[in-house]
Design a protein around this ligand. Sequence first.
Ligand SMILES: [Zn+2]
Length: 363
Amino acid sequence: MLVGFKATIPFTLASKFISTYNYGFLSITPTTTLFTPPASLKRDENKEVDNYAELKEKVENLGICCNSVTPEEYTRLMCPKCKGGQLIERSLSFHMSWKRNYALWRCFNFECGWAGQILAHNSTATMASDGVHQLGRMNSPRILTEENLKLEPLDDVLAAYFAKRMISKDTLERNHVMQMAGDQIIMAFTYRRNGMLIGCKYRTLEKRFWQEKGTDKVLYGLDDVRDADEIIIVEGEVDKLSVEEAGFPNCVSVPNGAPQSIASKELIPPEEDIRFSYLWNCAECLEKASKILLATDGDLPGQALAGELARRLGKERCWQVCWPKKDEFSSYKDANEVLVNLGSEALKEAIECAVPYEMQNLN
Ligand SMILES: [Zn+2]
């Protein structure tokens, strides 16, 4: 019966439905009003109720208690697999759509990472299969240590390199900046979560970058913003260290730089939003902040990155940092350039002079 019913939904509506998928806890824009069901969906409300009950039963059979869940919204629940881990957190981000009869979830406890989706039998959702579909773990079971990554303390060459970039020894140590053992000079920016090593980004003096494979994408410096009400986001690890030199440890860097341009498309579902998966993986820290300062590079990709972050984090709580002028025609590019050329006080002032994102980007 519902096969014909499915065919009555115009394609554009179906795709709009997917594209207006809300980022839940990352966005504070209320979007529930976007989900006005088409007349054809209202046609048979009993079917909807049946599908919903079926979906709820399937979800509960997996051990997910969804009594407190509001359909179409994201809810944080206790994960039945890890029971919230050591911190006993509500680590399971859960979403259930009444209208399209699917549920999906992901556990943000990095030791667990349980994720999946489930469809009611007669779902109109355009997902791959009926029944439970296990999504890939968001993190690898690989245990990283400084020993197995062959990391060691910075040698004189790199100590001098960072000194030139005005990054102090204290800041390097606090952030566990290391280097790869061996003949080549390779910096190692260690990514940690709750103090544990979970990733590493390498960089040569010639600005060649690569990351440790099979690791979760997270923000660099994540533990520094765990309980922060204000968070500063920059575009590179050295900028994070620079902002710290200006007196703000509550700063994180994106792990993968800036996109070339801002995507004109509407937001896609989080599972497909691979480039920005680090925001999802760090949602438990980001959702608590009331003010987020975007201090990305002043060039076009940097501004595109600010735009992409703002639309995911909720523009209302985003502020934009503008870098000081270098001369009549240009401005400094990033936090480290300001630190090196103008000093930590000037960098501090630039950050303190951030303006509301929406005011800066009126169009
Ligand atoms: Zn879990």
